[in-house]
Design a protein around this ligand. Structure first.
Ligand code: SF4
Length: 316
């Protein structure tokens, strides 16, 4: 029996961003330089496959610094850490490498600059996400107020309504964030902020590509982890752009084949922490079951690269 035809549209850009690439390299280079074990505070990037492969090479993942011994190197994840974490590592004389994405560090610097100018910060982000925790932890408690939705803006109680600035998590939905910024500016007309928001190039580009693919397909699969903020946003963006069946899958074994039986066109993308090997695995799974054609829908080209910290470029 001949196989059913399927048009696959692969969003581009998709998958690894420069910050994730750098963070993974940092762990690999640290293992080469200092040997195993190297401790990593929090999942270096939100992807089980990546974490498991680094674990096999000798990385030990922990949630808190207190779980690390003093005499082994520790790496801080790409999401960033509160100031108290490197301070504690210094106090304990630990060797540490900060893998915080430079685009997250940029937001930390913005927050500090506004704070130095006497402004209280409003952060648009998701409560409990490590990036939000890390960014809020750059300033003393109470100096950063968190909002997650436009409704939260109405209940904010700042110290001085005329001395406010806003920053954002880097992996939010561009469209949802615009709504929150509009609500902030309506209630606090003098609030200071970045030109647009702090959402990074990788998040923006992946969302734009999904918007171009979504109207052409019957279903969209986003390869990414359930705790990956930018991957979850891609699922929402696809739904909002008209693709009602939009699902997050970690790898091919997660695909609900029954739900996809009647489709003629499928969109595939991947969050910034999902490696190519998992994207290829999903594409191959469809090629096995369908008479599939593949088209790449490219809305931007990326050539961003971040250097690893100097300490890893130096000889042992
Ligand atoms: S998603 Fe953006 S902020 Fe996060 S690691 Fe990648 S480039 Fe950096």
């Amino acid at each position: 029996m001949s196989q059913k035809q399927l048009s696959i549209y692969l969003a581009a850009p998709r998958g690894f961003c420069a910050g994730v690439d750098r963070a993974i390299k940092i762990v690999e280079m640290a293992l080469e330089k200092w040997g195993a074990p190297v401790f990593v505070r929090h999942e270096i990037v939100h992807n089980k496959f990546v974490v498991d492969s680094l674990r096999e090479k000798g990385a030990v993942f922990v949630e808190e610094l207190e779980e690390c011994p003093d005499d082994r190197p520790v790496i801080f994840s790409a999401h960033g850490v509160p100031k108290s974490v490197p301070a504690e590592a210094n106090r304990r004389n630990m060797q540490f490498v900060d893998a915080t994405c430079p685009l997250v560090s940029k937001v930390h610097i913005e927050a500090e600059r506004h704070h130095a100018n006497g402004l209280q910060m409003v952060m648009i982000g998701h409560a409990g996400h490590p990036e939000t925790v890390g960014t809020m932890g750059q300033l003393p408690t109470g100096e950063v107020l968190l909002v997650e939705t436009p409704d939260d803006v109405a209940t904010l109680q700042p110290r001085d309504e005329n001395a406010l600035a806003f920053i954002t998590q880097t992996t939010l939905s561009v469209d949802d964030t615009i709504e929150i910024i509009t609500a902030l500016k309506a209630r606090f007309p003098t609030i200071v902020g970045p030109h647009k928001e702090d959402i990074c190039y990788a998040t923006t580009n992946r969302q734009e590509a999904v918007k171009a693919v979504a109207p052409r397909v019957d279903a969209m699969l986003v390869i990414g982890a359930p705790n990956s903020s930018n991957s979850r946003r891609l699922v929402e963006v696809a739904r909002n752009a008209g693709c009602t069946y939009s699902q997050l899958v970690q790898r091919a074994t997660d695909i609900d084949w029954r739900a996809l039986e009647g489709i003629n066109a499928l969109g595939i993308t991947a969050g910034a922490s999902a490696p190519d090997v998992l994207i290829n695995e999903v594409v191959d799974a469809f090629k096995d079951r369908f008479d599939a054609t593949l088209e790449i829908v490219e809305t931007a080209q990326e050539n961003v690269e971040f250097k690893v910290p100097r300490i890893l470029r130096e000889a042992v």
